[in-house]
Design a protein around this ligand. Sequence first.
Ligand code: PBG
Length: 334
Amino acid sequence: MTLLATSTDFVRTRRTRRTAGLRDLVRETRLDPASFIYPMFVTHGRNLREPIASMPGQARLSLDQLPAEAAELRGLGVRAVMLFGIPASKDATGSEGYASDGIAQLATRVLKDADPDLTVVGDVCLCEYTDHGHCGLLGSDGEVDNDRSLPLLAEAAVSLAEAGADLIAPSDMMDGRVEAIRRALDEAGHESLPIMSYSAKYASAFYGPFREAADSAPRMGPPHRRSYQMDPANVREALREVAADELEQADIVMVKPALAYLDVIRVVKESTDLPVAAYNVSGEYAMLKAAAINGWLDERAAVLETLTAIRRAGADIILTYHAKDAARWLREDA
Ligand code: PBG
């Protein structure tokens, strides 16, 4: 047998690219706003839409703004949000993070009242609520104390569950927190509430704009999070994190950030049957927005290409600040 490519003709991969109809037929990856989660910042006060300078288009919203936001999301087909709270005050143990009237708990109630079908994801972490800015408690040795942080994270999860959250997402990177949260939720009667673990969360420079938005950069203790978030150089370790979270009964695993970690998304996807989420983080959003605002990139094309690449790498769910824009563009294209 002779190969066609070496005899009468060469391989013509362009045939299926000739028309938009053919391209649509052979497309391997599609974007659907139903798989987006839109991260939002919520703050005390009234009538506030405080723009976040390093995240053009994103703002800190007061509670009264949330029903309109929920309606807009519904109109666009974005059906899930993730909440980050800006507390009234910060302290050593991050108490507003697990208060029943904490800002994230209040926002969860407002959103679920406004639209019971909206999936509200509660982020569980202490860094937005602690005066030192670390994701767990700071020990007397200046290190982040893993095991003493677990009960507080579990309490935060339960308080978000009581407020009506549909999914609990721990982002603190303490060891054993998925199990601690699972046990606490079960004990409080929330055995049906799923956990999406930030399993492979890297100590990344790309969280910079988020830390501005949430005023959550480390201020005491180590000036970084490298003793609990992962080293960007490692990929096998991501599989250990995912395997541990799977044992601890995580329902969804996450890789974060997304763009510099597409290879991690791919191997995680191949290593687990759990749904895989990827977080297209604040710095990734900021880079693209900055280039778009300068006229250096076509924003719409670049955003849709970026989100498609994250899905192609293996993400079932994408957390992205582009969610509303992308949903709008996908609708226009349809
Ligand atoms: C809290 C948390 C962070 C992000 C999500 N949850 C910041 C951090 O770890 O410092 C970052 C999200 C983003 O950059 O968009 N632990």
